[in-house]
Each structure stands twice: as structure tokens, then as C-alpha cells.
Design a protein around this ligand. Structure first.
Ligand SMILES: [Cu+2]
Length: 279
């Protein structure tokens, strides 16, 4: 009887799709890597998040995620997902409803896809999985500090692009441990989903020490099913990985493009974090 109750509870949780409602804000935020620079960019963040970190939502396959996005910029924007598009005037809000019948990552981002719009704009990632033990979502991107001199970035020449700061969820090596949602933690044999979205203009290639991860879904369908330790992701691309640790330990994860583990020319910095797996 007790067994049945437990089973029924488990099944009812898995079969009843939920609607997750999230209040989000589009506004400017300041990225403050080590070494003293301050980089102003646009962000989509959870309205309740005082740190204004990039919005990442985790949902189960079949759930509906309703994002109420308020535009706090001083100009209109056109934001879109694969399932809806809204023109949002300053101070106004729009609701985006996103669902998926399979594991994937949906992005809420500007409709415009020029290098400048991709560089300055905030992106929200919505990760759909079959559950697993936990899900960690990273938005990886780079910055060129010179472009930010005097405030907002007004133009970009992709041929003269020379980034010097590199972040995961807007944070660098020494800051990443302060955001639990950015860290990979767990136990041997857990099922840990890791969602990597490249919101920068450069390619980024996250390299896992200690473990391989298998690709469950990706913007480049050719890599789905691959099981390896280094995952290149193109600008505006993404991969959804499943990591099942086979041993305990503390291992680094970092961008294999080694300029990305510097900040302002100093090493170590940038896209470097740790995975901590208990027995
Ligand atoms: Cu390495």
C-alpha cells in the first residue's frame, strides 16, 4: 500500500505538466569582472534577482513556462522565442509562453541578429529536461572592454573584435562560487543536466576535466548523442548535456580557448569553474 502510494505520487508529479510563471525584466546591468572594469550591457533577469544575473529557467518536458517580460530600457524592443514574438514599448510588458515535448533549450532573445544586437542584448534560456537529479545552466560570453568606454556599446566591427573578458552567467573565476546555480555539484551516478548557451560573438568550447558528458539536444543536431569532454558552441548556439559522474572528486571546467581563462590579460580568470562530486 505504501509502495503504491509512493509510486502514484511519483507518477502524478511526472505526468501533470505544470505552468511556471516568471516575472522578468529587461534592463541594463553592470558586469564587474576582477581587475576593476565595469561593463554595461543589457540583461534579461528575474525581477526578484538583485544581482541581475542572466535569466535561466529549468522546466520539465511538457511544462509551460510563462515569462512576463517588462522592458525597462528607454526604447522599444522586439523579443522572440521560437513560439512567439512581441514588440514591447518602454515600460510595457509582454507574456511569452514556451513549452516543449522533448528535452531542449529555448531562447528568449531579440528578433534582430546583427553582431551589435547580439553583443548588447540580454538573453533568457529556458531548459527543458526529463528531470534528472539537477540542472545547471550556463550562459557563456565574452566582452571587449574598450568598446564599453563611455557607457553603452554603439557599434561593433567584427573584423576588429578583440575580447578581453570572459564570463559564465556574467561571472568570472573568483565570482562563480558565489552563484550556486552556476556550480556543478552532486553525487556519483546522479543525472546532472548542463545547458550551455553561447550568448557572445566568439566560439566557446567548455572542457570538462574528469568526466565525459553526452549531448541530449543541441542547436547543431549533428552532435546529438556524442559523448565527450569538450563541447564547442558557436555564437548563438547551445548544447544540452547529460553528465553521470562515475567517480567522486573535484575537477575544473573551463573554456578550452585559453584566452577565455584570462581577464584583462591576467591569468587565471574568466571562464573557469569547479565541479564537486561526492561519493
Ligand atoms: Cu583543462
Amino acid at each position: 500500500m505504501l509502495f503504491c502510494l509512493v509510486l502514484c505520487t511519483v507518477f502524478s508529479v511526472r505526468l501533470q505538466a505544470a505552468t511556471l510563471t516568471v516575472q522578468a525584466t529587461l534592463d541594463t546591468a553592470v558586469v564587474s569582472p576582477d581587475n576593476g572594469v565595469a561593463l554595461t550591457i543589457q540583461r534579461v533577469f528575474a525581477t526578484a534577482d538583485e544581482r541581475k544575473l542572466p535569466l535561466r529557467i529549468t522546466a520539465l518536458v511538457g511544462d509551460t513556462v510563462a515569462i512576463e517580460l517588462t522592458n525597462q530600457l528607454d526604447r522599444s524592443v522586439v523579443y522572440a522565442t521560437g513560439q512567439g514574438i512581441h514588440d514591447i514599448a518602454p515600460g510595457e510588458s509582454a507574456e511569452f509562453r514556451i513549452t516543449s515535448t522533448m528535452p531542449t533549450i529555448e531562447l528568449l532573445q531579440p528578433q534582430e541578429t546583427t553582431p551589435l544586437s547580439r553583443y548588447v542584448a540580454g538573453v533568457a534560456s529556458i531548459v527543458f529536461t526529463h528531470g534528472g537529479t539537477s540542472t545547471v545552466a550556463w550562459q557563456v560570453r565574452e566582452f571587449e572592454s574598450e568598446l564599453h568606454d563611455g557607457g553603452s556599446v554603439e557599434s561593433i566591427d567584427p573584423n576588429a573584435y578583440n575580447p578581453d573578458y570572459f564570463t559564465i552567467n556574467g561571472l568570472t573565476k573568483s565570482q562563480l562560487p558565489t552563484d550556486a546555480a552556476s556550480l556543478v555539484t552532486g553525487h556519483v551516478h546522479d543525472t546532472i543536466y548542463i545547458a550551455i548557451v553561447n550568448t557572445g560573438l566568439s566560439m566557446h568550447s567548455m572542457h570538462f576535466h574528469g568526466y565525459h558528458a553526452q549531448c541530449v539536444a543541441a542547436s547543431d543536431a549533428a552532435v546529438v548523442g556524442w559523448d565527450k569532454d569538450t563541447w564547442p558552441v558557436q555564437s548563438s548556439g547551445w548544447v544540452l548535456l547529460r553528465l553521470v559522474p562515475d567517480k567522486p572528486g573535484m575537477y575544473p571546467v573551463h573554456d578550452h580557448n585559453l584566452i577565455a581563462v584570462t581577464g584583462g590579460g591576467k591569468y587565471p580568470n574568466g571562464m573557469f569553474t569547479l565541479m564537486e562530486i561526492q561519493p
